[in-house]
Design a protein around this ligand. Structure first.
Ligand SMILES: *[C@@H]1O[C@H](CO)[C@@H](O)[C@H](O)[C@H]1NC(C)=O
Ligand SMILES: *[C@@H]1O[C@H](CO)[C@@H](O)[C@H](O)[C@H]1NC(C)=O
Ligand SMILES: *[C@@H]1O[C@H](CO)[C@@H](O)[C@H](O)[C@H]1NC(C)=O
Ligand SMILES: *[C@@H]1O[C@H](CO)[C@@H](O)[C@H](O)[C@H]1NC(C)=O
Ligand SMILES: *[C@@H]1O[C@H](CO)[C@@H](O)[C@H](O)[C@H]1NC(C)=O
Ligand SMILES: *[C@@H]1O[C@H](CO)[C@@H](O)[C@H](O)[C@H]1NC(C)=O
Ligand SMILES: *[C@@H]1O[C@H](CO)[C@@H](O)[C@H](O)[C@H]1NC(C)=O
Ligand SMILES: *[C@@H]1O[C@H](CO)[C@@H](O)[C@H](O)[C@H]1NC(C)=O
Ligand SMILES: *[C@@H]1O[C@H](CO)[C@@H](O)[C@H](O)[C@H]1NC(C)=O
Length: 400
């Protein structure tokens, strides 16, 4: 039978046999992490290349500062347990692996396996396996304080990670799935189970979670998004029709124009629209949209202001803009305005801005420019201008 075992182990462990003629005991891992209450298997392999009559396997258990304890042993296939532990430890020789069932915290320590081969002399070899015992981690719960939120650059935020069950816990914080590192505004408690953000900024907005780990398990909390109040930022005014040049909107005659004021903030801003004319300012509307009939624009060069206010951060921002009426004409030099019959309508100061070549706008051949010899009408110096009509209001210089 021994020869048969010899062949079995030779097949299982060619690398061990190849290492030499002596006895070799190996373990896949010198550290094994077990879960309390469950069975733990400590795998052991051995091989030898010499005739053997007796195969002896002995298991010992040692903890720091205590005497090693005999657990069980075997010769050939007969097991001799320590009667104190006989229900806990199992071995099926010639397989030297040990089964511990159930595993308790007191089972934590070093397990020593010793194999003796009796043949032409005695060969001996042993290995040590360190066993740890842990309770699995339960799902962490993250709480944010203050739950009502914090104002950026003013308030702080504390995230705490609570775990009900589990031993030897190690905590890690994740923001949008990536580890959070210590920085000028991020710090951790000694165990890393609390994350402090002081002060909060808009950049701290994100999905936070806590990862709790131990040697036998890991669990991640649900995502929490701390409330951070910020803004307004990036205030801007847009219009559905008007052409925006700097802070001047040029709008077509006869159409109503819808202005849209927007700024990034949390909570959403409250918007108000202020008109400045004749040395006075007054709020004309609340809300993000303003509709202006362009006849009004034409009557006066109107100055408007959109004001955004965040009632939690207490910060406000405002932007002013001017509306002007625009007439798009195709003219050729020298300058008479084509297409306008009523001279009164044309009263005003004109601003000519060379318009980039627009193929969709048909050019008209000149009636007023003299055609030089050999140059056809199509090749004349016809340029499309954007003409902005400024209708002067009463002189009303505003200090701003
Ligand atoms: C172990 O088995 C071998 C071979 O079968 C035998 O010679 C030896 O006596 C056995 N030892 C014991 C203690 O039973
Ligand atoms: C020992 O027994 C276990 C099952 O109890 C088995 O998985 C393992 O392969 C065996 N080891 C050897 C070397 O036969
Ligand atoms: C036993 O070992 C001795 C020396 O170690 C050796 O001379 C002898 O041949 C061995 N016998 C067998 C049967 O292997
Ligand atoms: C935020 O934290 C800083 C430093 O930790 C502290 O000085 C400050 O008082 C805290 N602010 C609030 C509102 O708790
Ligand atoms: C945060 O989570 C929400 C939903 O859980 C998701 O829609 C959003 O894209 C996440 N944000 C980031 C930055 O991962
Ligand atoms: C806390 O986390 C940092 C890395 O973020 C790590 O270096 C440190 O060892 C951790 N401390 C504990 C007690 O886990
Ligand atoms: C207002 O402008 C913002 C930013 O340009 C845009 O996201 C939003 O859709 C606009 N709203 C309307 C009603 O045009
Ligand atoms: C702040 O403004 C929001 C609208 O953005 C409004 O619903 C809320 O009542 C305001 N809160 C206070 C305290 O004024
Ligand atoms: C504009 O207002 C200032 C002070 O409110 C006043 O002194 C000035 O006369 C006003 N000018 C006009 C043109 O109304």
């Amino acid at each position: 039978r021994c020869l048969m075992w010899l062949r079995v182990f030779t097949v299982f462990l060619p690398f061990v046999v190849g290492a030499g003629l002596g006895l070799k005991v190996t373990v896949p891992s010198h550290t094994v992490h077990g879960v309390r209450g469950q069975a733990l298997y400590l795998p052991v392999n051995y091989g030898f290349h010499t005739p053997a009559s007796d195969i002896q396997i002995i298991w010992l258990f040692e903890r720091p500062h205590t005497m090693p304890k005999y657990l069980l042993g075997s010769v050939n296939e007969s097991v001799v347990p320590d009667l104190e532990y006989q229900h806990k430890f199992t071995m099926m020789p010639p397989n030297a692996s040990l089964l511990i069932n159930p595993l308790q915290f007191t089972d934590e320590g070093n397990y020593i396996v010793k194999v003796n081969i009796q043949g032409n002399g005695t060969l001996s070899s042993s290995q040590k396996i360190q066993v740890t015992v842990d309770d699995p981690v339960t799902k962490p719960v993250v709480q944010a304080h203050p739950a009502s939120g914090a104002v950026e650059y003013v308030g702080n935020m504390t995230l705490t990670c609570q775990v009900e069950g589990g031993t030897r816990l190690v905590y890690q914080w994740l923001k949008n799935g990536k580890p959070v590192h210590i920085s000028s505004t991020y710090s951790f408690s000694p165990l890393n189970n609390t994350l402090w953000i002081a002060p909060v900024t808009k950049e701290d907005i994100g999905n936070y979670s806590c990862l709790a780990k131990n040697p036998v398990s890991e669990m991640e909390s649900d995502i929490i998004m701390p409330t951070i109040y910020y803004g307004p930022y990036g205030l801007q005014v847009n219009s559905d029709k008007g052409l925006k040049v700097g802070e001047v909107f040029t709008v077509d005659l006869g159409e109503a124009v819808l202005f849209n004021c927007s700024a990034d903030s949390y909570p959403p801003n409250t918007y108000s629209w202020i008109q400045k004319s004749d040395n006075t300012t007054y709020v004309i509307k609340h809300g993000p949209h303003l509709e202006v009939a362009s006849e009004k624009v034409a009557q006066k060069t109107a100055d408007y202001m959109c004001c955004a206010y965040n009632n939690i951060t207490g910060r406000r921002d405002e932007t002013r803009f001017t509306t002007k009426i625009m007439v798009l004409l195709s003219i050729c030099l020298p300058f008479p305005i084509a297409g306008h019959e009523d001279a009164l309508d044309d009263f005003g100061i004109y601003e000519f801005v060379a318009f980039p070549d627009v193929p969709s706008v048909p050019r008209m051949s000149s009636r007023t420019a003299p055609a030089s010899d050999g140059v056809s009408g199509q090749d004349l110096h016809c340029t499309i201008y954007e003409v902005i009509q400024h209708i002067p209001a009463q002189q009303q210089d505003d200090p701003e």
